[in-house]
Ligand binder design. Structure first.
Ligand code: HAM
Length: 433
């Protein structure tokens, strides 16, 4: 057997305790947000029919899917995102559930991306989808929820890059450029290949007026949503559907601003997303010094219909857990230290092991994270190990103290200790932390 099996498969990662803890912290916060906003969790399979996942995912991600034939001869794939699976649910098993319907998912996803900073072949997302409303307040809710989540994990600095796919599609529709070609343009824009996108439109038969408008549009961007959307409106004034889209975008941003959430928006008219199901507002989360998006989302009003579930408008977002964790590490590594105490119970000799077990159970019942010395080491050895592992309090259970119903509590940071009764123990730990 070669030794290659000792390494993880390229692009796959082991998450050791520190990494796993960070990931779970964000996952838990994302779950709390789901509860606060009324999004109920659904758990869908990792393996789905290829056809479902590939339907509107866009060329770029489609070719990076893990696709295989299962032993029953079905063409299946590992999910590269949640939206298709959740939309399938809404088009089938949940088709008669009254709308609005808010659904949350969290878990691992798979894309055969080129491994690099923040880009893995197995990664994690939290995913929120709101079904049933085509009103701007639904879009605004998704934006506010996203902002709320980022604040709650304590990310200090970020912005939401935002646009509306109806602006570009509105122009291209009027030029008679078919959907498939439009998708190609979007893919190029997603990769910031504006020149190539213009060339493509020219070759697809776009008029000079259209090319001139697009050229100006691709340069329009900025932090003042009202100003930028007004400029966009002026450029697309002759394209009624594009103009409608700009109005919708201003309304959505306006609502989010009125909410008092103080979301930091950056409107960019040449911004597109690779996924093909979007029909309205689209956005991505960015942090300074990281050119990869921490999350993305938008409105997709036609996907449920495509899956045979009737006309159900939808809007959603998927914050990427791995990348949020990376951004947090960059911005505020110190703030991420666990704020909880960690207690280590050390029996002095074999006779006190039973009592040490009992004390440990009591501590856990009170909610303290408690480990018990199980290596039979001397107190001093156990203490130096506790120091190394970031234990905050040691509880030493000795035979003499035990007889009086007492233990020795050592504050590992201050390196001081005192003898306390079991009743006092909990209070003392809380007070010294
Ligand atoms: P997406 O932009 O493809 O959107 O992915 C969302 C987030 O997942 C990204 O911003 C990023 O944080 C994370 N992500 C994607 N690929 C990788 C990777 N290879 N490694 C690490 N993180 C990655 C969607 O998936 C849509 N389903 C979002 C959505 C929900 N739209 C509407 N509802």
């Amino acid at each position: 057997m070669s030794s290659a099996y000792r390494r993880t498969v390229r692009g796959m990662r082991d998450l050791l305790p520190d990494e796993a803890e960070k990931l779970r912290f964000i996952e838990e916060t994302a779950r709390e947000m789901a509860k606060l906003y009324g999004y109920r969790e659904v758990i869908t399979p990792v393996v789905e029919h290829y056809e479902l996942l590939a339907a509107k995912i866009g060329e770029e991600t489609r070719k990076r899917m893990y696709v295989f034939e299962d032993l029953g001869g079905r063409r299946v794939a590992l999910r590269p995102e949640f939206t298709a699976s959740v939309a399938r649910l809404v088009a089938t098993k949940m088709v008669s559930v009254p709308k609005p319907l808010r659904l949350f998912s969290v878990g691992s996803l798979y894309r055969y991306d080129e491994p690099q900073f923040g880009r893995y072949r197995e990664f994690w997302q939290a995913n929120y989808e709101l079904f049933g409303s085509s009103n701007p307040e639904a879009d605004a809710e998704i934006l506010i929820l996203t902002d709320n989540l980022l604040r709650r994990i304590d990310l200090q600095s970020y912005h939401l890059k935002i646009n509306h796919v109806g602006i570009l599609r509105g122009i291209l529709d009027e030029e008679g450029i078919v959907e498939e070609q439009q998708n190609n343009v979007m893919q190029l824009l997603d990769k910031k290949q504006w020149e190539e996108a213009l060339r493509f439109v020219l070759e697809a038969g776009g008029s000079q007026r259209c090319l001139d408008s697009l050229k100006v549009l691709f340069g329009l961007r900025g932090k003042e949503p009202a100003d930028v959307t007004q400029e966009i409106g002026e450029v697309v004034a002759d394209y009624p559907r594009a103009l409608e889209a700009v109005k919708n975008l201003s309304e959505v941003i306006g609502l989010a601003e009125e909410s008092g959430a103080e979301v930091d928006f950056y409107v960019e008219a040449g911004f597109a997303r690779g996924l093909e199901y979007y029909t309205g507002m689209i956005f991505e989360i960015f942090a300074p010094d990281m050119d990869i998006a921490l999350g993305g989302g938008g409105r997709y009003d036609k996907l449920i219909e495509l899956f045979g579930g009737g006309s159900v408008p939808a809007v959603g977002v998927a914050p990427g857990i791995d990348r949020m964790s990376l951004a947090l590490d960059r911005q505020e590594p110190a703030a991420r230290k666990s704020a909880e105490e960690r207690v280590f119970v050390i029996p002095v000799g074999e006779d006190t092991v039973g009592e040490a077990f009992r004390v440990s159970s009591m501590l856990r019942k009170k909610g303290f994270r408690t480990e018990l010395e199980t290596m039979g080491r001397s107190v001093s050895r156990a203490l130096s190990d506790a120091d190394r592992r970031g234990i905050t309090h040691a509880v030493i259970v000795g035979p003499r103290e035990m007889k009086q119903g007492k233990v020795v509590l050592r504050d590992m940071k201050k390196r001081s200790q005192e003898t306390v009764s079991l009743e006092e123990l909990f209070e003392r730990i809380r007070k010294t932390y």
